[in-house]
Every structure is written in C-alpha cells, then in structure tokens.
Design a protein around this ligand. Structure first.
Ligand code: HEM
Length: 177
C-alpha cells in the first residue's frame, strides 16, 4: 500500500467513525431531553454516552480531514477545511463537509462555554447540531466511497430515521427542562 492509499483509507475509516460518534451523540442528546423518555433524563449511562461521544467525534474528525490533506491525490488544502466549495472536484459534497465541520466546531466550542453564555443564545447555537448532522449526512452520501455499502447505508439511514422520529416526538410531547 503506498502512502496516498494509506491516508485515503485512514480518512475513510475516521470519517465513518466520526459520523458514528456524532450519530450516537445526537440520538442520546435528543433522548435525554425528550418528555417521552422522562426517565432517561436522569440516566447516568445515557448522559455519559452523550458527553463522551460529543467529545469523541472531534479527534476522529481531525484524523479524517488531516489524512485528506496528507493524501496528495485528494488535493485538499488546509483552507478547504474552513472555506467551503473550493475543492475542484465533488465541489458540492466537499463543501458540505466543510460546512458540517464549521458548524460542529461552533457547537462543540460553545458547548464548553455554556456557563459563561446567555442560556437562550446557547440553546439556539446548540441546536445547530441538527442541521450539521443533515449536512454531514449529505456530504457522506454524495462524497463517500464506503457509504454506499449496503451495511453502512442501512445503519446510516436507520440512525437518521430514528433521529427524525425522536425529534418529532420531542416536538409533540415537549422537552424536559
Ligand atoms: C465533521 C465533519 C465531517 C464529517 C462528519 C465527515 C464524514 C465523512 C464520511 C462519513 C465520509 C464517508 C466515508 C466513506 O464513505 O468511506 C466522508 C467522506 C469524505 N470526506 Fe468527510 N466529513 C467531514 C468533513 C470533511 C471535510 C471538511 C472535508 C474536506 C473538505 C471532507 C472530505 C471528504 C472526502 C474527500 C471524502 C471522500 C473519501 C472517499 O473517497 O471515500 N470531509 N466524510
């Protein structure tokens, strides 16, 4: 295996793991605050899983994007990780990846600054995790190699559907404060 292939495989593995961590983080996050599962709000295992995966995605996402910048065949520069739609191929798919990364970073950084922020502002910024998930999902569907494998597709769509159902349930039954 040559160097570029190694970084390409690493980027794909890290991208999929990052997406899995984000999916678990969002699912447990919605469940924690939904009145439908009131008992879960005080469940320490669910809370710990949410907090752990809310951190875990960051190093995995970092490995994903850094491997791509080291893979010369991918032609992705550091600026492409911040400014969307600059990559000369798969421009839409790659641009969505950049937007997702920027949004997740905003949610994560403000997540740590919660105590020093106005609660309403903080909540609205934290809710950006939902559009970020949708954008990263589209990024992976449009740009990924392994995302079209039946097992990955089945898992990804099942998770997205579960998230949609939980979000609607939270809107209908309300949230626990
Ligand atoms: C947190 C944000 C991101 C997440 C969660 C994410 C996740 C993913 C996932 C799940 C895949 C599919 C992997 C596969 O099918 O094997 C993928 C592919 C890819 N991503 Fe990202 N990504 C993010 C940000 C970015 C950024 C900022 C870029 C660069 C501009 C990027 C470039 C790519 C490329 C080039 C591929 C295709 C790799 C291949 O050939 O399969 N991603 N990403």
């Amino acid at each position: 295996m040559d160097q570029n292939t190694f970084f390409w495989v690493l980027a794909r593995v890290a991208g999929l793991s990052c997406f899995a961590a984000l999916s678990i983080s969002l699912l447990t996050g919605v469940a924690l605050r939904s009145a439908l599962f009131e008992g879960l709000a005080s469940n320490r295992a669910v809370r710990s899983t949410h907090e752990f995966t809310a951190l875990l995605w960051a190093p995995l996402g970092l490995v994903h994007v850094l491997s791509l910048t080291l893979d010369e065949a991918a032609r992705i520069g550091l600026l492409d990780l911040v400014i969307p739609f600059r990559v000369p191929y798969g421009t839409l798919a790659m641009g969505l990846g950049t937007i997702a990364l920027d949004l997740y970073l905003l949610v994560a950084v403000t997540g740590w600054l919660r105590r020093s922020m106005d609660t309403r502002w903080w909540q609205w910024i934290h809710r950006l995790a939902y559009p970020a998930y949708l954008v990263s999902f589209l990024h992976a569907v449009l740009g990924g190699t392994d995302f079209s494998l039946p097992v990955v597709t089945a898992l990804a769509w099942t998770t997205a559907a579960a998230l949609a159902v939980l979000s609607v349930a939270r809107m209908v039954w309300g949230r626990v404060s």
